[in-house]
Design a protein around this ligand. Structure first.
Ligand SMILES: Nc1ncnc2c1ncn2[C@@H]1O[C@H](COP(=O)(O)OP(=O)(O)OP(=O)(O)O)[C@@H](O)[C@H]1O
Ligand SMILES: [Mg+2]
Length: 261
Protein backbone atom coordinates (compact mmCIF):
# COMPACT_ATOMS: atom_id res chain seq x y z
CA UNK A 1 0.00 0.00 0.00
CA UNK A 2 2.84 2.37 0.90
CA UNK A 3 6.31 2.15 -0.58
CA UNK A 4 9.19 4.36 0.48
CA UNK A 5 12.10 4.53 -1.95
CA UNK A 6 15.54 5.69 -0.84
CA UNK A 7 14.20 8.49 1.32
CA UNK A 8 16.51 11.14 2.77
CA UNK A 9 15.76 13.95 5.18
CA UNK A 10 18.66 16.14 6.19
CA UNK A 11 18.66 18.84 8.85
CA UNK A 12 21.71 20.88 7.89
CA UNK A 13 24.54 18.35 7.83
CA UNK A 14 22.62 15.84 9.92
CA UNK A 15 21.05 12.93 8.06
CA UNK A 16 18.02 12.07 10.19
CA UNK A 17 16.62 9.82 7.45
CA UNK A 18 19.44 8.43 5.37
CA UNK A 19 18.34 6.26 2.50
CA UNK A 20 15.30 4.53 4.02
CA UNK A 21 13.39 2.09 1.81
CA UNK A 22 10.46 0.06 3.05
CA UNK A 23 7.01 -1.22 2.22
CA UNK A 24 3.81 -1.33 4.22
CA UNK A 25 1.50 -4.07 2.99
CA UNK A 26 -2.22 -3.42 2.75
CA UNK A 27 -4.04 -4.97 5.70
CA UNK A 28 -0.95 -5.25 7.86
CA UNK A 29 -0.14 -3.82 11.26
CA UNK A 30 3.46 -2.94 10.60
CA UNK A 31 5.69 -2.08 13.55
CA UNK A 32 8.49 0.45 13.29
CA UNK A 33 11.10 0.22 16.02
CA UNK A 34 14.64 1.40 16.56
CA UNK A 35 16.85 3.20 19.07
CA UNK A 36 16.19 6.82 20.05
CA UNK A 37 17.19 9.16 17.25
CA UNK A 38 16.96 6.45 14.57
CA UNK A 39 14.80 8.73 12.41
CA UNK A 40 11.43 7.01 12.92
CA UNK A 41 9.37 10.12 13.68
CA UNK A 42 11.12 12.07 10.94
CA UNK A 43 10.26 9.29 8.48
CA UNK A 44 6.61 9.43 9.59
CA UNK A 45 6.58 13.19 9.20
CA UNK A 46 7.89 12.95 5.66
CA UNK A 47 5.38 10.24 4.68
CA UNK A 48 2.53 12.22 6.28
CA UNK A 49 3.46 15.41 4.44
CA UNK A 50 4.52 17.33 7.54
CA UNK A 51 8.14 17.56 6.35
CA UNK A 52 9.51 17.80 2.80
CA UNK A 53 12.02 15.08 1.99
CA UNK A 54 15.51 16.06 0.89
CA UNK A 55 15.25 13.32 -1.74
CA UNK A 56 13.48 10.05 -2.38
CA UNK A 57 9.95 9.00 -3.14
CA UNK A 58 6.81 7.81 -1.37
CA UNK A 59 4.03 6.03 -3.22
CA UNK A 60 0.57 4.95 -2.12
CA UNK A 61 -1.06 2.17 -4.16
CA UNK A 62 1.48 2.92 -6.86
CA UNK A 63 0.77 6.66 -7.05
CA UNK A 64 3.40 9.19 -6.15
CA UNK A 65 2.40 11.03 -2.97
CA UNK A 66 5.82 12.52 -2.16
CA UNK A 67 5.50 15.94 -0.57
CA UNK A 68 1.69 16.06 -0.69
CA UNK A 69 0.34 18.21 2.16
CA UNK A 70 -1.48 16.49 5.05
CA UNK A 71 -4.99 17.55 3.94
CA UNK A 72 -4.49 15.97 0.50
CA UNK A 73 -3.25 12.76 2.12
CA UNK A 74 -6.22 12.90 4.49
CA UNK A 75 -8.57 12.78 1.50
CA UNK A 76 -6.75 9.69 0.26
CA UNK A 77 -7.29 8.04 3.64
CA UNK A 78 -3.74 8.44 4.94
CA UNK A 79 -3.93 9.68 8.52
CA UNK A 80 -1.45 10.39 11.23
CA UNK A 81 -2.68 10.74 14.78
CA UNK A 82 -1.64 13.94 16.46
CA UNK A 83 -2.02 15.26 19.96
CA UNK A 84 -5.18 17.13 20.85
CA UNK A 85 -4.36 20.75 20.22
CA UNK A 86 -4.52 23.08 23.19
CA UNK A 87 -7.51 24.98 21.79
CA UNK A 88 -9.58 21.78 21.69
CA UNK A 89 -8.94 20.74 25.26
CA UNK A 90 -11.88 22.77 26.55
CA UNK A 91 -14.23 21.05 24.12
CA UNK A 92 -15.89 17.78 25.04
CA UNK A 93 -14.71 14.41 23.83
CA UNK A 94 -17.70 14.11 21.51
CA UNK A 95 -17.19 17.62 20.11
CA UNK A 96 -13.56 16.78 19.42
CA UNK A 97 -14.65 13.83 17.30
CA UNK A 98 -17.28 15.86 15.47
CA UNK A 99 -14.66 18.47 14.56
CA UNK A 100 -12.62 16.05 12.50
CA UNK A 101 -14.46 15.85 9.16
CA UNK A 102 -15.58 19.50 9.25
CA UNK A 103 -12.17 20.78 10.20
CA UNK A 104 -10.58 18.93 7.32
CA UNK A 105 -13.10 19.87 4.64
CA UNK A 106 -11.80 23.45 4.83
CA UNK A 107 -15.25 24.98 4.43
CA UNK A 108 -15.57 28.74 4.68
CA UNK A 109 -17.81 30.35 7.23
CA UNK A 110 -19.85 32.08 4.52
CA UNK A 111 -20.43 28.79 2.79
CA UNK A 112 -21.58 27.27 6.05
CA UNK A 113 -23.97 30.19 6.63
CA UNK A 114 -25.76 29.67 3.32
CA UNK A 115 -26.04 25.95 3.78
CA UNK A 116 -27.50 25.87 7.27
CA UNK A 117 -30.17 23.26 6.49
CA UNK A 118 -27.63 20.91 5.07
CA UNK A 119 -25.26 21.64 7.96
CA UNK A 120 -27.91 20.61 10.50
CA UNK A 121 -28.36 17.35 8.65
CA UNK A 122 -24.61 16.79 8.54
CA UNK A 123 -24.34 17.56 12.22
CA UNK A 124 -26.91 14.91 13.11
CA UNK A 125 -24.96 12.39 11.04
CA UNK A 126 -21.71 13.40 12.73
CA UNK A 127 -23.26 13.10 16.18
CA UNK A 128 -24.40 9.58 15.44
CA UNK A 129 -21.01 8.67 14.03
CA UNK A 130 -19.20 10.13 17.06
CA UNK A 131 -21.37 8.08 19.41
CA UNK A 132 -20.61 4.91 17.43
CA UNK A 133 -16.89 5.64 17.67
CA UNK A 134 -17.12 6.23 21.44
CA UNK A 135 -19.00 2.97 21.83
CA UNK A 136 -16.40 1.09 19.74
CA UNK A 137 -13.61 2.47 21.93
CA UNK A 138 -15.54 1.72 25.13
CA UNK A 139 -15.38 5.36 26.27
CA UNK A 140 -19.05 6.37 25.87
CA UNK A 141 -19.10 7.38 29.53
CA UNK A 142 -16.56 10.11 28.72
CA UNK A 143 -18.49 11.76 25.91
CA UNK A 144 -19.32 14.97 27.78
CA UNK A 145 -15.97 15.20 29.55
CA UNK A 146 -13.65 18.00 28.46
CA UNK A 147 -10.81 16.55 26.41
CA UNK A 148 -8.31 18.39 28.61
CA UNK A 149 -9.46 16.37 31.64
CA UNK A 150 -8.71 12.95 30.10
CA UNK A 151 -5.84 10.78 31.30
CA UNK A 152 -2.92 10.21 28.94
CA UNK A 153 -4.29 6.85 27.82
CA UNK A 154 -7.81 8.15 27.31
CA UNK A 155 -6.38 10.93 25.13
CA UNK A 156 -4.64 8.31 23.00
CA UNK A 157 -7.97 6.52 22.55
CA UNK A 158 -9.56 9.79 21.50
CA UNK A 159 -6.74 10.37 19.00
CA UNK A 160 -7.39 6.91 17.58
CA UNK A 161 -11.11 7.69 17.56
CA UNK A 162 -10.54 10.71 15.36
CA UNK A 163 -9.23 8.47 12.60
CA UNK A 164 -12.56 6.63 12.73
CA UNK A 165 -14.62 9.71 11.92
CA UNK A 166 -13.49 9.51 8.30
CA UNK A 167 -12.77 6.67 5.91
CA UNK A 168 -9.19 5.99 6.86
CA UNK A 169 -7.21 3.41 4.91
CA UNK A 170 -3.85 3.66 6.60
CA UNK A 171 -3.11 5.16 10.00
CA UNK A 172 0.31 6.11 11.34
CA UNK A 173 0.67 5.94 15.11
CA UNK A 174 3.72 7.42 16.83
CA UNK A 175 4.19 5.92 20.30
CA UNK A 176 0.51 5.53 21.04
CA UNK A 177 1.39 3.39 24.05
CA UNK A 178 3.90 5.74 25.66
CA UNK A 179 3.09 6.48 29.29
CA UNK A 180 -0.20 4.59 29.15
CA UNK A 181 -1.18 2.20 31.95
CA UNK A 182 -1.54 -1.54 31.21
CA UNK A 183 -5.34 -1.65 31.24
CA UNK A 184 -5.72 1.23 28.80
CA UNK A 185 -2.87 -0.11 26.69
CA UNK A 186 -4.85 -3.32 26.28
CA UNK A 187 -7.93 -1.34 25.30
CA UNK A 188 -5.89 0.59 22.73
CA UNK A 189 -4.38 -2.65 21.42
CA UNK A 190 -7.83 -4.26 21.13
CA UNK A 191 -9.14 -1.22 19.26
CA UNK A 192 -6.24 -1.36 16.80
CA UNK A 193 -6.76 -5.09 16.19
CA UNK A 194 -10.50 -4.66 15.67
CA UNK A 195 -10.03 -1.70 13.32
CA UNK A 196 -7.59 -3.82 11.36
CA UNK A 197 -9.78 -6.93 11.19
CA UNK A 198 -13.27 -5.45 11.03
CA UNK A 199 -12.67 -2.26 9.09
CA UNK A 200 -9.64 -3.16 7.04
CA UNK A 201 -7.41 -0.42 8.42
CA UNK A 202 -3.72 -0.76 7.69
CA UNK A 203 -1.49 0.49 10.50
CA UNK A 204 2.10 1.52 10.78
CA UNK A 205 3.08 2.10 14.38
CA UNK A 206 6.21 3.35 16.09
CA UNK A 207 6.52 1.80 19.53
CA UNK A 208 9.16 1.10 22.14
CA UNK A 209 7.16 -1.47 24.13
CA UNK A 210 8.26 -4.82 22.68
CA UNK A 211 5.37 -6.77 24.26
CA UNK A 212 2.87 -4.40 22.69
CA UNK A 213 4.66 -4.65 19.32
CA UNK A 214 4.84 -8.43 19.61
CA UNK A 215 1.14 -8.70 20.30
CA UNK A 216 0.04 -6.50 17.39
CA UNK A 217 2.64 -6.23 14.67
CA UNK A 218 3.72 -8.37 11.77
CA UNK A 219 6.06 -7.49 10.20
CA UNK A 220 8.36 -5.38 12.35
CA UNK A 221 10.76 -2.98 10.65
CA UNK A 222 13.88 -1.89 12.52
CA UNK A 223 15.40 1.48 11.76
CA UNK A 224 18.84 2.61 12.87
CA UNK A 225 20.86 5.60 11.76
CA UNK A 226 18.21 6.76 9.33
CA UNK A 227 17.76 3.59 7.34
CA UNK A 228 16.17 0.18 7.58
CA UNK A 229 18.33 -2.36 9.34
CA UNK A 230 16.03 -5.37 9.33
CA UNK A 231 12.48 -6.51 8.61
CA UNK A 232 10.84 -9.65 9.94
CA UNK A 233 8.59 -11.18 12.53
CA UNK A 234 9.12 -10.09 16.13
CA UNK A 235 10.90 -13.40 16.81
CA UNK A 236 13.27 -12.88 13.88
CA UNK A 237 13.95 -9.31 14.96
CA UNK A 238 14.71 -10.27 18.54
CA UNK A 239 17.23 -12.86 17.33
CA UNK A 240 18.95 -10.50 14.85
CA UNK A 241 22.48 -9.62 15.97
CA UNK A 242 22.67 -6.40 13.96
CA UNK A 243 19.51 -5.24 15.69
CA UNK A 244 20.88 -6.07 19.12
CA UNK A 245 24.07 -4.19 18.31
CA UNK A 246 22.13 -1.15 17.11
CA UNK A 247 20.24 -1.06 20.40
CA UNK A 248 23.49 -1.21 22.32
CA UNK A 249 24.40 2.07 20.66
CA UNK A 250 27.64 1.31 18.86
CA UNK A 251 26.12 2.46 15.59
CA UNK A 252 24.99 5.80 16.94
CA UNK A 253 28.50 6.75 17.91
CA UNK A 254 29.75 6.13 14.36
CA UNK A 255 26.98 8.29 13.02
CA UNK A 256 27.78 11.27 15.21
CA UNK A 257 31.40 11.00 14.15
CA UNK A 258 30.36 10.89 10.49
CA UNK A 259 28.09 13.94 10.82
CA UNK A 260 30.36 16.18 12.83
CA UNK A 261 33.77 14.89 11.83
N1 LIG B 1 13.75 19.59 13.12
C1 LIG B 1 14.92 19.01 13.38
N2 LIG B 1 16.08 19.69 13.29
C2 LIG B 1 17.27 19.11 13.53
N3 LIG B 1 17.42 17.82 13.90
C3 LIG B 1 16.31 17.09 14.01
C4 LIG B 1 15.01 17.63 13.76
N4 LIG B 1 14.09 16.64 13.95
C5 LIG B 1 14.78 15.56 14.31
N5 LIG B 1 16.10 15.82 14.34
C6 LIG B 1 17.18 14.86 14.67
O1 LIG B 1 17.05 13.75 13.82
C7 LIG B 1 17.32 12.55 14.53
C8 LIG B 1 16.15 11.60 14.35
O2 LIG B 1 15.08 12.09 15.13
P1 LIG B 1 13.68 11.34 15.20
O3 LIG B 1 12.82 12.15 16.09
O4 LIG B 1 13.18 11.07 13.84
O5 LIG B 1 14.09 9.98 15.91
P2 LIG B 1 13.17 8.83 16.50
O6 LIG B 1 13.64 7.57 15.87
O7 LIG B 1 11.75 9.17 16.36
O8 LIG B 1 13.61 8.83 18.02
P3 LIG B 1 12.75 8.55 19.36
O9 LIG B 1 12.64 7.07 19.49
O10 LIG B 1 13.57 9.15 20.44
O11 LIG B 1 11.42 9.23 19.19
C9 LIG B 1 17.59 12.93 15.97
O12 LIG B 1 18.97 12.94 16.18
C10 LIG B 1 17.00 14.30 16.09
O13 LIG B 1 17.70 15.08 17.03
MG1 LIG C 1 10.18 9.55 17.68
Amino acid sequence: MIAVHDLHKHFGGFHAVDGASLEIAEGSITGLIGPNGAGKTTLFNVIAGVLEPTSGRVTMAGEDITGLPPHKLFHRGLLRTFQIAHEFSSMTVRENLMMVPAGQAGEGLLNAWFRRGQIAQEEATLLKKADEVLDFLTISHLKDEKAGNLSGGQKKLLELGRTMMVDARIVFLDEVGAGVNRTLLNTIGDAILRLNKERGYTFCMIEHDMDFIGRLCDPVIVMAEGHVLATGTIAEIKANEQVIEAYLGTGLKNKVTAAYG
